[in-house]
Write a protein that binds this ligand. Structure first.
Ligand SMILES: *[C@@H]1O[C@H](CO)[C@@H](O)[C@H](O)[C@H]1NC(C)=O
Ligand SMILES: *[C@@H]1O[C@H](CO)[C@@H](O)[C@H](O)[C@H]1NC(C)=O
Ligand SMILES: *[C@@H]1O[C@H](CO)[C@@H](O)[C@H](O)[C@H]1NC(C)=O
Ligand SMILES: *[C@@H]1O[C@H](CO)[C@@H](O)[C@H](O)[C@H]1NC(C)=O
Ligand SMILES: *[C@@H]1O[C@H](CO)[C@@H](O)[C@H](O)[C@H]1NC(C)=O
Ligand SMILES: *[C@@H]1O[C@H](CO)[C@@H](O)[C@H](O)[C@H]1NC(C)=O
Ligand SMILES: *[C@@H]1O[C@H](CO)[C@@H](O)[C@H](O)[C@H]1NC(C)=O
Length: 538
C-alpha cells in the first residue's frame, strides 16, 4: 500500500510539475523503519577472497550531488544503484599539499594508496608539480592496483567518459608531475625528458598490458585529428601534433606479441565486438565523450557508460584468475566545473545506470564492488524548497524578495557569477526569468573564479561483495587501495592474515553485524512489538 502510494505521488508530481502535499502517515514510516531494520539485521558480511574487483569513481560526486541526483532521477524516496549497498564509509580527500584536492592526486590516493601533490599522478609526495627529474626517480614512482592485479595474473581494464589520458585514469598507469601532459604538446622543453601520459599508456607497463581500455581522447593518441560538431576537439586540453599514431602503435604491439586485439570506435562496433578477444581498445571521441543527454545514441554515435561497462565485464569475466576494472563517471565533474548542475545530476544517473546493470551481471560472492568519488564540488542544496517541487526549482530570499535556485555554487565562472551593478548598488540577477530546469542553465555562484572549484569535504564510499565490510568507518582515501589489496589478494597485503580466527556462521557468511551470528528465528526479527506500540499510541 505504502509503496503504491509513493509511486502514484511521484507520477502526480511528474504530470503536474507542481508542489503537492505529501501525506505519508505514521504507518508508512513504521513500515519503512521495519524494512530498514530487517535489512540491517539480516545484513550478510561476505568473507573470503574477491576474485574480481570493480571500482566505480563518480568524479566530483560529493554528497550534495548524490542527494540532488537521487531527487532528480528517482524522487526523494528513491535510491540510486549503490544506495542499497550494506556498507558505507567516509573518505578524507585532502592531498599531500592541498586541503581541497584535484582528481589526479586523489586518483593516486585511491589507486596507489599514497597521497600525492596537487595535479601529479602515480608519484609520491617527493615530486612537486612540474618537476620532471623528480618524477623519473624509480623510487618516487608508485604501483597502482592495476600493476598489483597484473602481477597476480588478473585481467585489468578501465572505462571512462573522459579522455583515456585524463586525470583519473592517468593515475592508474602513468607517472607524471603534471596531469596536463596528456600528449607531447603540453610538455615544456625544459621537461622534454619526461614521457607524456598517452605514450606511457601505449608503450609502458602496466598500460600496455591493460586488456580493456575505453573512453575518449583520440586527440592525445593521434596527431592532428580533425574535430566536428558531432565529435569536437577539447580545445583547452592537449592536442597532439607530432605525427604520431598511438592507436596503430597499440595494435602493432599486440600483433608483435601474438596477442588477439580489436579496436572499436562507435556504438555499432562496441555492440558487435568479439568478447573472446584478449585486448580491446575503444576510443569513441576526439576529446571527452559527449554528455549522456547530448550524445548520438545511434550506431555511429558514442556509447553510454553502462554499455561500455557491460562490454568490459563480458570481455574480462572469462579470465580464470578474475579481473580488476575501474569505471569512471567522469563528466559529473566536468558538468560541475562548467556550472551546469542539471548536467551533473544527469551524468550521475547515467553512472547509477551503469552500476545497476553491473550488479545484475556479477556474482556478489566473488566480485567486490566499490562506489566512491575522488572529491566533492562546491554545490549546495538550500532554500527550503517544497517537497515535490523538484531539485531544479527556486525559492525566494526574505531580504530582497529575489528568487534563488535550490542548487547554488560557492564559486563559478562568469556565467555563474550573476551580479550586476545598477544605480550604485549590486543586484543579483533574477533566476525566475530563465528556465532553471534547462541542461544549459548556469546556477548562481557567490565568487567568480575561472570555473566552479572542487570542495574539500569528505566523500562517501559504498561497497558490496567479499570483504566489503572493511569500508565502514571514517578512512583516509588511500585505504581503498589497501582494502582492494587485502580483499583480492593482490599487492602489499596479498598474504596478510590479520583475522583472529573469529567465529564463523554458515561457512564464512556472518548474519548480523560484526561477529554476531543472528539466526532467522532471532526475536529481534519480529516487529509485532513495534506495530503494537503504534496501535497503543492511537
Ligand atoms: C585532417 O584534415 C586535414 C585536411 O583535410 C587532412 O590533411 C588530415 O589528414 C586530417 N587528419 C586526420 C588525422 O585525418
Ligand atoms: C546499449 O546496448 C544495447 C544493446 O546491448 C542497445 O540496444 C542500446 O541501444 C544501447 N544503449 C545506449 C544508451 O546506447
Ligand atoms: C536610482 O536611484 C535614485 C536615487 O535613489 C532614484 O531616484 C532613481 O529612481 C533610481 N533609478 C533606478 C533606475 O532605479
Ligand atoms: C537568463 O535570461 C537572460 C535573458 O534572456 C539572459 O541574458 C541570461 O544570460 C540568462 N541567464 C542564465 C544564467 O541563463
Ligand atoms: C586478537 O584477539 C586477542 C584476544 O581476544 C586480542 O587481544 C587482540 O587485540 C586481537 N587482535 C586483533 C588484531 O584484533
Ligand atoms: C588466519 O589466521 C587465523 C587465526 O590465526 C586462522 O584461523 C586462519 O586459518 C588464517 N587464515 C589463513 C588464510 O591463513
Ligand atoms: C512475533 O511475535 C508475536 C507476538 O509476540 C507472535 O505471535 C509471533 O509468533 C512472533 N513471530 C515470530 C516469527 O516469531
Amino acid at each position: 500500500m505504502a509503496v503504491k502510494c509513493v509511486i502514484s505521488l511521484v507520477i502526480l508530481v511528474d504530470l503536474l510539475n507542481t508542489a503537492v502535499t505529501f501525506k505519508e502517515d505514521q504507518s508508512h514510516w513504521l513500515k519503512t523503519g521495519e524494512e530498514e531494520l530487517t535489512k540491517a539485521l539480516n545484513k550478510r558480511l561476505i568473507e573470503g577472497t574477491a576474485k574480481n574487483v570493480i571500482l566505480f569513481i563518480g568524479d566530483g560526486m560529493g554528497l550534495t550531488t548524490i542527494t540532488s541526483s537521487r531527487i532528480y532521477g528517482k524522487g526523494e524516496a528513491g535510491h540510486l544503484a549503490w544506495e542499497k549497498f550494506d556498507n558505507i564509509g567516509v573518505l578524507k580527500t585532502y592531498s599531500a599539499n592541498k586541503l581541497v584536492p584535484d582528481s589526479c592526486s586523489t586518483g593516486t590516493a585511491l589507486f596507489c594508496g599514497v597521497k600525492a601533490n596537487h595535479k601529479t599522478a602515480g608519484v609520491d609526495a617527493t615530486v612537486e608539480k612540474d618537476d620532471c627529474e623528480a618524477s623519473m626517480r624509480k623510487n618516487a614512482q608508485l604501483d597502482s592496483i592495476i600493476s598489483w592485479a597484473q602481477d597476480a595474473g588478473k585481467s585489468t581494464g578501465f572505462v571512462t567518459t573522459t579522455r583515456v589520458t585524463h586525470a583519473t585514469p592517468a593515475a592508474l598507469y602513468a607517472h607524471v608531475p603534471n596531469r596536463g601532459w596528456e600528449c607531447e604538446n603540453k610538455i615544456p622543453t625544459t621537461a622534454s625528458k619526461c614521457k607524456d601520459i598517452a605514450k606511457q599508456l601505449v608503450e609502458d607497463m602496466p598500460g600496455k598490458n591493460i586488456q580493456v581500455i575505453m573512453g575518449g581522447g583520440r586527440q592525445c593518441l593521434v596527431s592532428s585529428v580533425n574535430g566536428s560538431d558531432a565529435d569536437p576537439i577539447d580545445t583547452w586540453s592537449c592536442y597532439s601534433t607530432d605525427g604520431r599514431h598511438l592507436i596503430e602503435d597499440w595494435k602493432q604491439d599486440k600483433a608483435a606479441r601474438g596477442l588477439s586485439y580489436q579496436f572499436v570506435t562507435n556504438n555499432r562496433e562496441l555492440e558487435n565486438l568479439d568478447t573472446s578477444v584478449d585486448y580491446t581498445l575503444g576510443i569513441f571521441a576526439n576529446g571527452h565523450l559527449k554528455m549522456d543527454y547530448a550524445r548520438d545514441k545511434g550506431p555511429t554515435g558514442m556509447p553510454s557508460l553502462q554499455n561500455m561497462t557491460v562490454k568490459a565485464i563480458q570481455l574480462m569475466a572469462k579470465k580464470r584468475n578474475g579481473y580488476l576494472l575501474m569505471v569512471e563517471g567522469g563528466m559529473i565533474d566536468f558538468a560541475h566545473h562548467r556550472g551546469h548542475a542539471r548536467q551533473a545530476l544527469d551524468e550521475t544517473i547515467a553512472f547509477s545506470n551503469a552500476i545497476e546493470k553491473t550488479i545484475q551481471i556479477t556474482d556478489p560472492h566473488e566480485t567486490l564492488i566499490i562506489v566512491t568519488s575522488d572529491h566533492s564540488h562546491s554545490m549546495v542544496l538550500t532554500g527550503y524548497p517544497d517537497r515535490g517541487s523538484g531539485v531544479l526549482s527556486y525559492t525566494k530570499s526574505e531580504i530582497d524578495l529575489m528568487p534563488f535556485t535550490s542548487l547554488l555554487y560557492g564559486t563559478g565562472g562568469p556565467n555563474n557569477y550573476q551580479f550586476e551593478a545598477t544605480n550604485g548598488t549590486v543586484k543579483r540577477q533574477d533566476p525566475s526569468v530563465n528556465d532553471t530546469t534547462d541542461f544549459a542553465y548556469s546556477q548562481q555562484a557567490v565568487v567568480m573564479t575561472d570555473e566552479v572549484t572542487h570542495s574539500g569535504t569528505d566523500v562517501l564510499v559504498f561497497s558490496k561483495g567479499p570483504m566489503a565490510h572493511l569500508l565502514n568507518s571514517v578512512h583516509e582515501q588511500t585505504y581503498v587501495a589497501y582494502v582492494i589489496s587485502y580483499a583480492s589478494k593482490i599487492g602489499p597485503f596479498k598474504d596478510k592474515n590479520t583475522t583472529n580466527g573469529s567465529k564463523k556462521c554458515n561457512r564464512g557468511i556472518f548474519y548480523g553485524v560484526g561477529n554476531h551470528c543472528l539466526r532467522n528465528d532471532n526475536p529481534f526479527r519480529n516487529f509485532s512489538y513495534l506495530r503494537r506500540a503504534v496501535k497503543a499510541k492511537r
